[in-house]
Design a protein around this ligand. Structure first.
Ligand SMILES: Cc1cc2nc3c(=O)[nH]c(=O)nc-3n(C[C@H](O)[C@H](O)[C@H](O)COP(=O)(O)OP(=O)(O)OC[C@H]3O[C@@H](n4cnc5c(N)ncnc54)[C@H](O)[C@@H]3O)c2cc1C
Ligand code: SF4
Length: 447
């Protein structure tokens, strides 16, 4: 007998074969030309547009929307990509509901913003589908820069440096470039092989060599990179995960949500991926929501997110929380994990109810248990493998200005650097700005 949602344990193929393509297909389908023109016509092309200020990469949103409205999506794409070279991915994954679209004057007036994200996708998809790379390199500077990490921060830094005429070598620990675009973002946000297609398109600028399977600290050292290159940019993200600090967290069946998501992203056939009937996700952010929703999409029957504080404190936005609940995920707040117990071939997670008062989080003394075939820990990532000798702040690499670390000649940006939100678009902005500062520094040293 084949498996169903009711099958106990952790098994593949809980859903009918055709359900997977639908479940992991485009979360928000792309706009066609007519729909894009109609959506663009809703923009007031505001002077001092608040949407620009709300965009971490400061894209000239009214300009690109006007370019779409006038039938020139290629020009619109260039406007976007000149500020944000990963504008295609950001159009898919940005929490626009808390950024540009939240700031849009039509959101304030009517509760329905201009669909900036979908319009951005329309424009960037147009140039990528045509195989056009709208930028060219400046004359060679003779300078070389090492970039550690091929995630959004590293790719944005590398592209800007290459455009300015520097030679760039990207070193990444993983087998594929893209960082969390490839291994973390929910599958239904960036369907198909979009992350790899975008990397290939970005590399068309030329002058960038990507060396995968090369981890800083394992075979290469910072001193070697400093010797071989004129500057180093660290965009190594957060490769470690926080521990639950609950008894039993090493039991089989308990694992980091990011590992589950990476496996899911790399699985060509989602129906072959085993998933529990009962899944418990511990955490309150985007990772928790993505792990929970994708567990449901794989066919898990009961998926529960448990967060230790009140719902208003969850770092997943209201939009993401609604997305989770509409996918059938249950959210329990004010409960903190105490222990994971073996329970007849499955697990039981014991939680303590909490109150979040002026003196911090306190257990109420009452506990409850949830049955789980799988437990995903989504309580945050940590910096791991950062080179010695760099000053840290709050567990991340301390930076000043445009990503300058405490060591001259070394810059950092994206999730591994202190300050800023851990978002794809923020990583792109920080990578780009560090690249401009590296360029200015290298050119000043030459003159
Ligand atoms: C599950 C999940 C879902 C997310 N969803 C969203 C979303 O929908 N929207 C959004 O805006 N943000 C989302 N984020 C956050 C976003 O993905 C990150 O903020 C962004 O990827 C950070 O980019 P980065 O380049 O700093 O780091 P990363 O994307 O983590 O890239 C770092 C790169 O460095 C490499 N590396 C690490 N250590 C070494 C080393 N020692 N040597 C060499 N290379 C190394 C890694 O292999 C990786 O390729 C999500 C994050 C997670 C975990
Ligand atoms: S705030 Fe809204 S209406 Fe105004 S320019 Fe931006 S997208 Fe257009």
């Amino acid at each position: 007998m084949s498996n169903s949602q009711l099958t106990p344990g952790v098994v593949p193929g809980r859903l009918p074969a055709d359900a997977y393509a639908k479940n992991f297909g485009d979360h928000e389908p792309p706009l066609d030309m007519h729909e894009a023109r109609v959506a663009a016509d809703r923009c007031y092309f505001c002077h001092d547009a608040p949407c620009i200020t709300a965009c971490p990469t400061s894209i000239d949103i009214p300009l690109f929307i006007r370019q779409i409205a006038t039938g020139t999506p290629e020009a619109a794409a260039k406007t976007i990509l000149s500020q944000n070279i990963l504008g295609g991915m950001c159009a898919r994954v940005c929490p626009t509901e808390t950024l540009c679209e939240e700031a849009c004057v039509r959101e304030a007036a009517e509760g329905k913003p201009v669909e900036i994200g979908r319009l951005q996708r329309y424009a960037t998809d147009t140039v990528m589908a045509a195989g056009v790379h709208p930028f060219t390199r400046a004359a060679p500077t003779g300078r070389s820069v090492a970039v550690v990490g091929a995630g959004p921060a590293g790719l944005a830094a590398a592209h800007r440096l290459a455009m300015l005429g520097h030679d760039v070598v990207i070193y990444d620990a993983r087998p594929k470039a893209g960082g969390l675009n490839e291994y973390g973002i929910a599958q239904y946000k960036a369907v198909g092989d979009f992350a790899q297609a975008e990397v290939e398109w970005l590399l068309k600028i030329g002058g960038i060599t990507v060396k995968t399977g090369m981890a800083l600290g394992q075979g290469i050292t910072l001193a070697e990179l400093q010797k071989a290159h004129d500057a180093v940019f660290l965009g190594m993200g957060l490769a470690g995960v926080n521990a639950l600090r609950a008894a039993g967290e090493d039991l089989p069946g308990v694992r980091p949500a990011v590992d589950f998501i990476a496996e899911l992203r790399q699985a060509k056939d989602k129906s072959a991926l085993p998933i529990g009937r009962d899944v418990v996700v511990i955490g309150g952010g985007m990772t928790a929501v993505d792990a929970a929703v994708q567990s449901r999409l794989l066919g898990a029957l009961n998926v529960t997110i448990v967060y230790r504080r009140g719902q208003e404190k969850m770092s997943a936005s209201g939009y993401e929380q609604d997305h989770a609940t509409s996918a059938g995920v249950r959210i329990i707040c004010n409960a903190s994990p105490v222990a994971v117990h073996p329970a007849g071939g499955a697990l039981e997670v014991e939680f303590a109810y909490t109150v979040d008062g002026p003196d911090g989080l306190k257990p109420t003394g009452e506990t409850f248990r949830l049955r789980a075939d799988q437990v995903f820990k989504a309580i945050g990532q940590t910096l791991s493998g950062a080179p010695e000798g760099l000053e840290l702040a709050g567990g991340k690499i301390a930076v000043t200005g445009a990503g300058r670390t405490s060591v001259p000649g070394i810059w950092a940006g994206g999730d591994c650097a202190a300050g800023g939100e851990d978002l794809t678009v923020t990583a792109v902005a920080e990578g780009r700005d560090a690249a401009l500062d590296i360029h200015a520094t290298l050119m000043a040293a030459r003159s």
